[in-house]
Design a protein around this ligand. Sequence first.
Ligand code: FAD
Length: 375
Amino acid sequence: MKYSYLIVGAGFTGATVAREIAEKCNEPVLVIDRRNHISGNAFDQNDKNGILIHEYGPHIFHTNSLQVWEFLSRFTEWNPYEHRVLGQVGKKLIPVPFNFTSIETLFSSKEADIIKEHLLEEHGSETKVPILNLLESKNRFVKELADYVYNNIFFNYTKKMWDLEPQELDPQLLSRVPIQIGYDDRYFHDQYQAMPKEGYTKMFQKILNHPNIEVKLDTRFEDISDPNEFKKVIYTGPIDEFFDYRHGELPYRSIRFEFLNHDTEYKQKVATMNFPGFEFQHTRMTEFKHMTFQKNPKTTLSREYPEAYNSKSNLPYYPIPTKENKKLFQKYRNDADKVEERVAFVGRLADYQYFNMDQAVARGLQFFKKELLSK
Ligand SMILES: Cc1cc2nc3c(=O)[nH]c(=O)nc-3n(C[C@H](O)[C@H](O)[C@H](O)COP(=O)(O)OP(=O)(O)OC[C@H]3O[C@@H](n4cnc5c(N)ncnc54)[C@H](O)[C@@H]3O)c2cc1C
């Protein structure tokens, strides 16, 4: 087949754009990925005990976008699922995000009543307030609570996760960490929260199953002898790698995942446990069966150890949101503008921006509509 488009990367961004081109332009697309599987970082497969695990860390789907929800729902049925997280602070387990139950667990009932009363007075019930706002509160009780959460939980978790202190990171990151004024203990509040019934990889197989789409795995962009043969290349890999790191490497945080098998049905009360304290090296532990609803007498968990990224030894997971890194990315973006006739850079590694899965799909849909369909 002679292809009109080359898509580099079979993750959410690449697969979405491929499907849109195949269906709406009726043109042939070649999708390549250097890994031996589709689905990018959302790849899942059964482990030796038949438990569906997420190889690159737990992925929970949630969105407020009807467009994204409808697009993906063509390729999968869903299990409704609301994610819940408990954090270990000292010897106690508290709901995360921090809520009224967290306050009642950590403080005496007299102190807890006073703090809850002041929070309700200042913010009303069932609201989510960023910790940043609470830190600036003039109310002594609210400010004390905010300081407690910041010093005992947020600061430690941030330092472990990023190896940076919160003030070194983009303030937007801090502004997204909320305290829940009430007892709601759901981690996400999006309108659509669900997990693909048969897993992400099965969903990707269906997205990419179209007569106009061919997928070649174990194939790197460098293996394509003449990219100019294609009408356009849509590149969802790391933008700095495309330009041979000419301005230096874009910094990322990586994670090492350790998978633990147990001969017991369940090991944790909820899907994810957070460990902000420095007494643990890991930050999170996730038990997959809580999210997939599989019935199995055994269980598998993944433990996450954040670590420095090195392009030769591990994978780029989270772009590190600092001012300096944004400037470095801008240099690559300027280079990208010079080749935009032939190559488009789209997706979390090409945009050097953390995207949730729904945002990656939305980015793909929007890119297709604006840059390919209308031209
Ligand atoms: C640990 C972790 C947990 C996450 N949890 C959630 C979650 O709970 N909920 C949520 O909504 N989102 C989550 N995400 C985000 C989610 O993984 C991303 O939204 C999604 O992966 C973005 O898709 P993408 O296609 O842009 O990138 P990717 O999934 O990274 O796909 C890019 C693909 O391009 C390929 N590639 C790169 N360069 C080349 C090259 N030169 N040649 C060939 N192929 C190449 C790569 O192999 C990769 O498969 C999480 C991310 C991480 C890291």
